[in-house]
Design a protein around this ligand. Structure first.
Ligand code: AMP
Length: 278
């Protein structure tokens, strides 16, 4: 596996390669979910580039940024174990030579006003900034992202429209722990007991899916917010949305493709998850 820390070196190497390039951007603390994206990229493209970069401009909460796990030695081993071709590991200065204060603003529109757009102001603009910079550096033909970050996938789809890119975005299913907890780098910050408890989020999503014909969504939402919060969670939202547009739905509408999305904090760690329910 080749490791580059400078954009110029990465580009010099890539310019000598033929065929399609798959790109998997990550923030490190890699787990099986990340590796599943690498494997998908390897199966669909000629050369796979993974980046590890904890992007400061997408953290609306400085403490969250400071506490983001860093396991770079183990990450490199994991990437090598699945035969990743290239790891791009830039510094903040390399990605933001003019600093992180004045950054480009993207016209994300509606998607930036709901769910994590509403609860994490500036987050998705920061995601657009870094993904755009990384795409300019790597120039991939294919981009692989996880449905775990459902809204992020739609925002990046919007970014590709804004920048008139023909890169193919491929979204990949969420990998879970045996207890249903969606794998996430942030899970590293949970206690052992917290990791068990956190499986309640997936339980709630499954319960809403199975009860959609018996109850209205508002009743389920208030019941499950109460359930989570009486079990030490601090829930930001449980919402129902159109899976194609993220238009929020007041009640189940089987004529639409629907997704339920949750953001809830446990032990001070903000966890998100979602489930398509039809
Ligand atoms: P992150 O390092 O959290 O920025 O994630 C990098 C990529 O991995 C994003 O496209 C995520 O959606 C994806 N990802 C994170 N967790 C999972 C998971 N449990 N299953 C599949 N993909 C994931």
């Amino acid at each position: 596996m080749y490791i580059f820390t400078k954009i110029a070196d990465l580009q010099q190497f890539l310019s000598s390669q033929l065929g399609s390039i798959g790109f998997v951007p990550t923030m490190g603390a890699l787990h099986i979910g990340h590796l599943s994206l690498i494997e998908k990229s390897k199966s669909e493209t000629n050369l796979t580039v993974c980046s590890i970069f904890v992007n400061p401009t997408q953290f609306n909460d400085k403490k969250d940024f400071d506490k983001y796990p860093n396991t770079i030695e183990a990450d490199i081993e994991k990437l090598a174990s699945v035969d990743t071709d290239v790891l791009f590991l830039p510094s903040v200065d390399e990605m933001y030579p003019n600093g992180t204060e004045k950054i480009k603003q993207y016209e994300i529109g509606y998607l930036d006003t709901v769910l994590d757009g509403k609860f994490r102001p500036g987050h998705f603009n920061g995601v657009c900034v870094v993904v755009h910079k990384l795409l300019d550096a790597v120039k991939p033909t294919h981009l692989f992202m996880g449905e775990k970050d459902f809204q992020q996938c739609l925002v990046v789809k919007r970014l590709l429209e804004i920048i008139k890119s023909d890169i193919q975005l491929i979204t990949c299913p969420t990998r879970r722990e045996p207890n249903g907890l969606a794998m996430s780098s942030r899970n590293e910050r949970l206690s052992k007991g917290g990791r068990e408890k956190a499986s309640a989020i997936h339980y709630v999503l499954k319960s809403i899916k199975s009860e959609q014909t018996k109850s209205n969504f508002a009743d389920l939402e208030s019941r499950f917010v109460q359930y989570l919060d009486s079990n030490s969670f601090e829930t930001e939202y449980i919402l129902l949305a159109d899976a194609n547009t993220l238009e929020l739905l007041l009640d189940f509408d089987p004529a639409k493709k629907m997704v339920v999305l949750i953001a809830s904090k446990l032990e001070g760690v903000r966890l998100i998850d979602n489930l398509r329910i039809n």
